[in-house]
Design a protein around this ligand. Structure first.
Ligand code: ATP
Ligand code: MG
Length: 670
């Protein structure tokens, strides 16, 4: 981005909070922004004090860029704050976790029961030689035991490294070895679209690849042997793997026998809580480090204010715990608040495309937090699925993971929220630990496609190439409109403490572009009212005939067309213009490609944005290459469009998609 980004797509619809929502909201006084901006450390200290500490801190923040320490000297335990303090108080019999298995088997675990289960597993891990300072690989389905495992590690001061259950043996081995894990906790398998994901078999392959630090594999029986029945659904054939005596241990042979008494290890505020590898949409994953006190403070505060968490909420975050969203907004943030969380094991289209809506109806979920990729899939499938379910329990909707196109935002707000639910579009990263930019639902008027304002206490700046720019610390607290690089200029409690074992990469990736500021890697636009519009990765921004154009804006213009469900846009090398715009488009359910559609779409973009943004090529496709967390991988589409060999495809959900797409694309080019 040599120049600032041109303001292209205009979006003028605004949605102020309703008086009813404001009246009951956890945050409804805009003064919170001014107060936090005037004294960010004091603001965060106030939140930290709402957690239970064994010993107080002596210093709120010690920032030596690129590293910060928060609540220095304080002693705390994350499991104590997420479990014990509720179990020992009024929430003992409150449901902590509702586990919805893919076959429809449902479990309800109270905070009191959770305390016992976490303690037993914690003692079992100790029996396997795991202690304070060790690491544990967690490779499990999205069932309650996954949260139990994370919390059991936290209880004894071991760090977890959760690896998404869709990853291969190579990926699991690489992450396990990088973090030098002592134990792998897994299950025989998990359910996915009626099939079994053979987790234990993959762990066997992982161990065959060589994991010298792993002494034991703890295996939960989830799916059982083929022919077994779960809620009327029969376990199909799958690779069960082998059993290595001495190394492999069944969960049921070790855990239930343990004492339910296990003291919480007093951890230093800055002790490691977990390592989590990023989703890898830009390249090779990074082992992101999070520590205890600051991370818990950030996730606790943002859960309470952004999701407006209340005592009787049922919080349904559809992310997997293999991603940071599952860490921060299924486990640590909501549970530090004593909330009821829903964990769903399966796919949104199993047994039918209404599965999320059935779950909301069944458990009367009040908050839904999902990703634009899912929302666009629902739009593609059609309105009949949500429309046949009772969604009246919902009171707040959230989005995370990618920029949300304004049309997808409107669809979400109307078709799912029935116009009654505030929508919070939340921008953050594995590295930031907690939400950084988001509306506060009782304060902020929302604009479809804008993540709006920095959370109180967070300082965002929009920099140009030279590192000059505007600071944004709340509504209207800016100088003028601009577009550029998104940077965070002050430390915040949940910021990453680095890349595991790779300080040089940490410095280079985030702290070398600008002095003493965290560079997030994303482009952003600031409008006249101080609203932030995320534009995607700066690497994806196109330079067409000397103008910077964001892929996100062209994609949103395409999705605005009634026949388009999803679009991915890239800049393709062009002799004259530098880059020409190429688009890959998926149509909505019930819409077919026809003569003239491509021209119509090109015109639609030119009309919405301007002739400059008119795509040269539009390719109608059935699927797009995505990471396992559902993000579009534009760098691979650039390889396709420019006829290059495909780059690293190891983090793709389904590598076949991009190979097929390339074959069809090349055939269409003739
Ligand atoms: P890697 O860093 O390994 O390439 P990743 O960046 O996709 O992977 P995450 O930390 O899961 O891994 O994703 C954070 C990124 O997701 C952000 O940098 C941003 O690009 C995008 N993102 C998340 N939420 C939003 C949002 N609400 N609006 C726009 N973009 C978002
Ligand atoms: Mg990233």
């Amino acid at each position: 981005m040599s120049e600032t980004i041109q303001t292209l797509l205009q979006e003028s619809r605004t949605f102020p909070p309703t008086p009813e929502f404001v009246a009951q909201a956890n945050a409804n006084d805009p003064k919170i922004y001014q107060d936090a901006a005037a004294d960010p450390e004091g603001f965060w200290e106030g939140w930290a004090k709402q957690l239970d500490w064994f010993e107080p801190w002596h210093t709120v923040c010690d920032f030596q860029p690129p590293y910060a320490q928060w609540f220095v000297g304080g002693k705390i335990n994350a499991a104590y704050n997420c479990v014990d303090r509720h179990a020992l108080g009024d929430r003992k019999d409150k449901i902590a976790i509702i586990g919805e298995g893919e076959p429809g088997d449902t479990r309800f675990i109270t905070y009191g029961e959770l305390k016992d289960q976490v303690s037993q597993l914690a003692n079992a891990l100790k029996a396997l030689g795991v202690g304070k300072g060790d690491r544990v690989s967690v490779y499990m389905p999205m069932i309650p035991e996954l949260a139990v495992t994370m919390l059991a590690c936290a209880r004894i001061g071991a760090a977890h490294s959760v690896v998404f259950g869709g990853f291969s043996a190579d990926s699991l081995a690489e992450r396990t070895n990088d973090a030098k894990c002592k134990v792998i906790v897994t299950a025989d398998g998990g359910w996915r679209r009626g099939n079994i994901v053979p987790l234990k078999n993959t762990v066997d392959e992982t161990m065959d690849l060589g994991c010298p630090t792993v002494t034991n594999v703890l295996v939960l029986k989830r799916v059982g042997t083929p022919g077994e029945v779960t809620n009327g659904v029969v376990t199909p054939e799958y690779s069960q793997g082998s059993w290595v005596e001495g190394r492999d241990i069944w969960w049921h042979d070790l855990v239930p026998q343990q004492s339910t008494d296990c003291p919480c290890e007093p951890m230093d505020s800055e002790d490691l809580l977990f390592v989590l590898y990023t989703s890898g949409s830009t390249g090779h994953p990074k082992g992101i480090v999070h520590t205890t006190g600051g991370y818990l403070t950030g996730t606790y505060a943002t859960s309470k204010l952004v999701f407006d968490l209340k005592e009787d909420d049922v919080h349904f975050c559809t992310a997997d715990c293999g991603w940071v969203t599952g860490h921060s907004y299924i486990v640590y943030g909501p549970m530090a608040n004593g909330a009821t969380v829903l964990m769903f094991e399966g796919a949104p289209d199993t047994p039918d495309k209404d599965r999320f809506w059935r779950i909301i109806e069944k458990h009367k979920a009040t908050i839904l937090y999902t990703a634009p990729t899912a929302i666009r899939a629902f739009m593609k499938w059609g309105d009949e699925y949500p429309n046949r379910c009772d969604l009246s329990s919902l009171r707040l909707l959230g989005s995370v993971g990618e920029p949300i196109n304004p049309e997808a935002w409107i669809w979400y707000q109307q078709t799912i929220g029935k116009g009654n639910c505030p929508v919070v579009d939340t921008w953050w990263q594995t590295e930031t630990g907690a939400i950084m930019i988001s509306p506060l639902p009782g304060i902020t008027p929302t604009k479809p496609g804008s993540a709006t304002q920095p959370f109180p206490g967070i300082s965002v700046s929009v920099y140009n190439e030279k590192g000059e720019g505007k600071e944004v610390t709340g509504p209207g607290i800016i100088d003028s409109a601009a577009g550029g690089f998104l940077v965070l200029t002050k430390p915040w409690p949940s910021m990453t403490r680095g890349i595991f074992n790779d300080p040089a990469r940490f410095q280079k990736t985030y702290w070398s572009k600008f002095d003493n500021a965290y560079f997030a890697g994303d482009g952003v636009k600031l409008d006249e009212e101080g609203y932030l519009w995320l534009l995607g990765r700066v690497d994806d921004i196109m330079l067409v005939a000397g103008h910077n154009i964001s892929t996100m804006e062209v994609e949103s213009a395409l999705v605005d067309h009634p026949s388009v469900a999803e679009a991915a846009v890239i800049g393709k090398t062009h002799d004259i213009k530098g880059q020409a715009i190429a688009a890959f488009v998926i149509l909505r359910g019930g819409h077919q490609n026809h003569d003239g559609l491509v021209d119509e779409l090109k015109k639609h973009v030119a009309h919405k944005i301007g002739a400059l943004a008119r795509p040269d090529d539009i390719f109608i496709s059935a699927e797009l290459p995505k990471t396992r967390s559902g993000k579009i991988m534009r760098r691979l589409l650039r390889d396709v469009a420019e006829g290059r060999a495909l780059g690293d495809t190891t983090t793709l959900a389904d590598p076949n998609v991009v190979h097929l797409l390339r074959d069809k694309y090349e055939a269409s080019e003739g």
